[in-house]
Design a protein around this ligand. Structure first.
Ligand code: GDP
Ligand code: MG
Length: 162
C-alpha cells in the first residue's frame, strides 16, 4: 500500500494544475485507480524513488454542489484517506475566508499538513506568501504550478513527511 497524498483547497487556486504538474513531473503515471479514471482525480506519482498515490479532492464531484459542503467533504476525504495533506492557496487572491475555513477543518488532524502557496510566478509574489503564516499551518511553500517552480521543494517536503 502506497502513501496517499491529498490536495485540498478552495476552487480556482490551481489544485488540478498542481495535480497534473506532479504526475507529469513525471517519473510516473503508472495507473489511475479503477472507477475514477476518467476524472483523473487519483494517480500514482513518484519522486526520488518514493511512490505515492495523489488525490485531487476538488476534482471529485458531489451531488449537492453547495460550496461549503464541498469544501467540508474535501477536507474529510483528506483527513480520512491521506497520509499527507497539501492545503493549496493562491497568492494572487491573497487570503480568503474559505482558505481560513479549510485550515480550521484541518486543525483537528494529527496528519502532516503542508501549506503550499500557488501562483507565486515571480519574485515579488514569492515575498507575499508570508501572509499565509497566519493560517497556523507552518511555513508556506511557494509554487507556480504553471511555470513549474517550487514543485521540487514541495515534493521534497511531501516525501519527507511519509
Ligand atoms: P482548481 O479549481 O483549484 O483545480 O484550479 P485549476 O487548476 O483549475 O486552476 C484555476 C486557474 O488558475 C486556471 O486558469 C489555471 O491556469 C490558473 N493557475 C493554476 N496554477 C497557476 C499558477 O501557478 N500561476 C498562475 N498564474 N495561474 C495558475
Ligand atoms: Mg480542479
Amino acid at each position: 500500500v502506497l502513501p496517499v497524498v491529498a490536495i485540498v483547497g478552495r476552487p480556482n487556486v490551481g489544485k488540478s494544475t498542481l495535480f497534473n504538474r506532479i504526475i507529469n513531473h513525471r517519473l510516473a503515471i503508472v495507473e489511475d485507480k479503477p472507477g475514477v479514471t476518467r476524472d483523473r482525480n487519483y494517480a500514482q506519482a513518484e519522486w526520488l524513488g518514493h511512490k505515492f498515490d495523489l488525490i485531487d479532492t476538488g476534482g471529485i464531484t458531489w451531488q449537492n454542489g453547495k460550496l461549503e459542503d464541498e469544501i467540508r467533504a474535501q477536507a474529510e476525504i483528506a483527513i480520512k484517506e491521506a497520509d499527507v495533506i497539501v492545503l493549496l492557496v493562491s497568492v494572487v487572491n491573497h487570503m480568503t475566508d474559505l482558505d481560513e475555513r479549510i485550515a480550521h477543518l484541518l486543525y483537528r488532524t494529527k496528519k502532516p499538513v503542508i501549506l503550499a502557496v500557488n501562483k507565486a510566478d515571480n519574485p515579488e509574489q514569492r515575498t507575499d506568501i508570508y501572509d499565509f503564516y497566519s493560517l497556523g499551518l507552518g511555513e508556506p511553500i511557494p509554487v507556480s504550478s504553471v511555470h513549474g517552480t517550487g514543485i521540487g521543494d514541495l515534493l521534497d517536503k511531501i516525501v519527507d513527511a511519509f
